[in-house]
Design a protein around this ligand. Structure first.
Ligand code: GAL
Length: 364
């Protein structure tokens, strides 16, 4: 007795198709409340000082959760040793994959060898991890383009293309041990250098090399102190017209420094930023901060989670760059998202209409 053969076959086919669909779209079965426990993912992020990383953490938890994974999220307070021990603990407690926003690009070689030995997938998140073969994929934004957008804002804001100048400018970069910092700086300098060379942009401090302008631990206080000293030493009888700032957190510190030196309203230097942090978006709306670069952390979290899920289910993650990101040992296959320049003119459209912030958040 039993069902006719075609019925049994159909049941089998339906069962197989259902299983395959469940596999390829874990989000869907999770949404239906039927997700298996796919295991634990370690999320190791660098800091909560820049508000963006808090959103990254929330978005990563959300993405993995909807695919049926559990997560362990740890922030390292910009402390290299702390991050190494957090990652080590994640390995020891049985994480299946690690998503790591590295504090230092070069400090994770040993701990990631341990991850590889335990067959744990590793996704570099936002920042490239260097000097190791044990990083599988890299999810980030086009970091050089971030810098290009920053440089372009300054060129446009100062009217350099239509022959303005000379203008004074001071340059700031991020932490030297964050692989992104040099990419941002080089991207910006690729746009600014011609004007520095022809004398229409002048750095009165003379500090123009990456090594001279980095900011320890991306600290706004460190950047503010440096600018205060530069203003004292080089701008007693001159006005500072522009500042290349690598991210919003630093920008707010830099604005405090120029305001303390008496700059107000239209005399404030044109200044860049990055991350579209709410506090800075408000300063853009009020005209104090010139611009920022929006990197949609919702999208980055989605890319990273899909990469990890693909590796864990023996699929190939989608990448769109297999050339640029050599980490000293190998080219790490990368998915690059596109950053978007934001100033007062498109803030509403890019940040509010996309639902990243509500109009009330920006206004309050
Ligand atoms: C960079 C990151 C930026 C910024 C900075 C400071 O690596 O790409 O978005 O947040 O770190 O945390």
């Amino acid at each position: 007795m039993g069902f006719p053969r075609f019925v049994r076959l159909s049941v089998l086919v339906i069962a197989l198709v259902t299983a395959a669909v469940g596999c390829s779209d874990a989000a869907e079965d999770s949404d239906q409340g039927a997700a298996a426990d796919r295991g634990r993912i370690g999320l190791a992020l660098p800091t909560t000082v820049s508000a963006r990383w808090i959103l990254d953490g929330e978005n990563l938890e959300y993405e993995f959760d909807r695919m049926g994974y559990t997560t362990e999220l740890q922030y390292a307070d910009d402390d290299v040793a702390k991050q190494v021990s957090q990652v080590e603990a994640m390995i020891d407690s049985g994480a299946r994959a690690l998503v790591v926003g590295a504090v230092s690009a070069t400090a994770l070689t040993d701990v990631l060898a341990k991850a590889a030995a335990a067959d744990i997938a590793v996704i570099a998140y936002d920042r490239l991890i260097r000097d190791t073969a044990d990083v599988d994929y890299y999810a980030t934004f086009d970091n050089t383009r971030v810098g290009v957008l920053q440089g372009t804002y300054l060129v446009n804001a100062l009217g350099l293309k239509s022959g303005g100048g000379p203008f004074t400018i001071e340059l700031f970069a991020g932490a030297a041990d964050d692989n992104n910092s040099k990419l941002f700086f080089d991207g910006a300098m690729s746009v600014l250098q011609p004007y520095l060379t022809d004398g229409r942009l002048v750095v009165r401090s003379g500090q123009t090399s990456f090594e001279e302008v980095t900011t320890r631990r991306w600290s706004a206080a460190v950047a503010k102190t440096r600018l205060t000293r530069l203003l004292d030493e080089h701008y007693a009888s001159a006005r500072l017209n522009a500042i290349l700032s690598p991210n919003d957190d630093l920008t707010r510190g830099l604005l405090e420094a120029v305001q303390a030196a008496g700059y107000r309203g239209s005399t404030l230097p044109k200044v860049t930023g990055q991350d579209a942090e709410l506090a800075s978006v408000r300063l853009i709306a009020s005209g104090e901060q010139g611009s920022t670069v929006f990197k949609d952390t919702r999208e980055l979290a989605k890319v990273a989670a899909q990469m990890a899920h693909a590796v864990l289910t023996d699929q190939k993650p989608e990448v769109n760059d297999t050339a640029q990101y050599h980490n000293g040992v190998k080219v790490v296959p990368t998915y690059l998202l596109q950053p978007v320049a934001v100033d007062k003119s498109n803030l509403q459209q890019v940040l509010v209409e996309s639902g990243y912030y509500s109009a009330e958040q920006v206004a309050s």
